[in-house]
Design a protein around this ligand. Structure first.
Ligand SMILES: Cc1ncc(COP(=O)(O)O)c(C=O)c1O
Length: 382
């Protein structure tokens, strides 16, 4: 037997209460029991989105939620702005172009956050553009964009559509307070449930655009989803992923019980402890501290150490699965996911495993170095 630990930025480990909730028998999704379940879930998910708006829930991956936003908010031939800082920002661009939308871009070097002023200038120089697509937390680089600063910088009539797949529920995102128009996410990250649910929240401005939108759609029709959501009790147009909704009910109760602010603080503390530990070993981080994500940390493999070998050793000998680099960062970095059901024992274990694996691959390590640095942060932060 080998004890396994999943430290990738999604799917993330699922708390026992949530796993258990998924074992419940099926119910009629047009009956009273489903109505109760769906009412509670809809009520609680709004708290995590920090919004009074409806949050639509579809069976689907995070990419499905992104595409759903595109087909409900844009039309072929329209020009939009994409702010991209990595692989998932680029994916938003691919989806948009796949639907015939013309994409203007503002980019940042991978490992950096978007410059709000650059976004502002681009929009001011292209006043016909009325939609900005942007990533909250770029999972491929471990960088979080300052959405509030971007929102405050851009012209007021530009709709801001945010991919918060690896951020929401782990990093603060005040949808209503900051005036973010659309937020999409998926289930398998900080929400602590398995993959398979796609979430989209829209404010009144965004709903107006949806109502006027003429692009072809069927399954992802937001207007139809809202119509069913507004039934008493609420329903979905098509068969919902009942087991995942039971899981979501359990996970949302855990999140609300801990308190959203405490959940964010825990993510921040774990991220800081991991960074301190990795840095103490002399490894180079991809992102600077001020833009570093609280949910995923990207680290360069040390000179002469093959990142594939390091991840293989971590996985096969020490039972810890880490993520690799994506696209142009493949073979250069590894990524540690620390979101959702994560706490200090995970931090200490992953750092201990890293010390063992690096030493075995010939990198000079004094055992305990990373752990000590992390403990200093954990001790100060608790
Ligand atoms: C920021 C971001 N956007 C979108 C996605 C896509 O989600 P999915 O793999 O569920 O389609 C991911 C997945 O890692 C992500 O991290």
């Amino acid at each position: 037997m080998k004890k396994q630990m999943l430290m990738v930025p999604g799917p993330t480990p699922v708390p026992p209460e949530v796993l258990q909730a998924m074992g419940k028998q099926m119910i009629n999704h047009r009956g009273a029991a489903f109505g109760e379940l769906f009412s509670e879930v809809n009520h609680l998910i709004k708290k995590v989105f920090q919004t009074e708006n409806h949050v639509l829930i579809f069976p689907g991956a995070g990419t499905g939620a992104m595409e759903a936003a595109v087909v409900n908010l844009t039309e072929p031939g329209e020009r939009v702005l994409l702010a991209t800082i990595g692989a998932f920002g680029d994916r938003f661009g691919d989806i948009l172009e796949g639907h015939g939308v013309i994409v203007e871009r503002v980019e940042a070097e991978w490992g950096m956050a978007i410059d709000p002023q650059a976004v502002k200038e681009k929009l001011e120089n292209n006043r016909e553009i009325k939609k900005l697509f942007i990533t909250h937390n770029e999972t491929s680089t471990g960088v979080t964009n300052d959405l509030k600063a971007v929102k405050d910088a851009i012209p007021d009539d530009v709709l801001m559509i945010v991919d918060a797949v690896s951020g929401l529920g782990g990093i603060d995102l005040k949808m209503d307070e900051w005036g973010i128009d659309v937020v999409v996410t998926g289930s398998q990250k900080a929400l602590m449930i398995p993959p398979g649910l796609a979430f989209i929240a829209l404010n009144d401005r965004a709903w107006k655009v949806v109502e006027e939108n003429k692009a072809p759609k069927y399954y992802w029709d937001f207007k139809l989803a809202r119509k069913f959501l507004e039934k008493n009790p609420p329903e979905t147009p098509y068969t919902p992923a009942v087991s995942l909704l039971y899981a979501l009910q359990a996970s949302l109760r855990l999140i609300i019980e801990e308190g959203l602010e405490n959940v964010f603080a825990r993510h921040e503390l774990m991220a800081k402890a991991i960074r301190a530990g990795v840095k103490a070993l002399g490894l180079k981080m991809l992102a600077e501290d001020d833009v570093a994500s609280h949910t995923v940390t990207a680290v360069y493999s040390p000179e002469g150490i093959d990142v594939g070998k390091l991840r293989k050793l971590m996985r096969e000998k020490y039972g810890i699965t880490l993520a690799g680099g994506q696209k142009k960062l493949e073979g250069k970095i590894f990524r540690i996911g620390h979101l959702g059901y994560v706490d200090w024992p995970d931090v200490v274990t992953v750092l201990a495993g890293l010390e063992l694996a690096l030493k075995e691959l010939g990198y000079p390590v004094e055992f305990g170095t990373a752990i000590k640095a992390a403990q200093e942060i954990l001790f100060a932060g608790r």
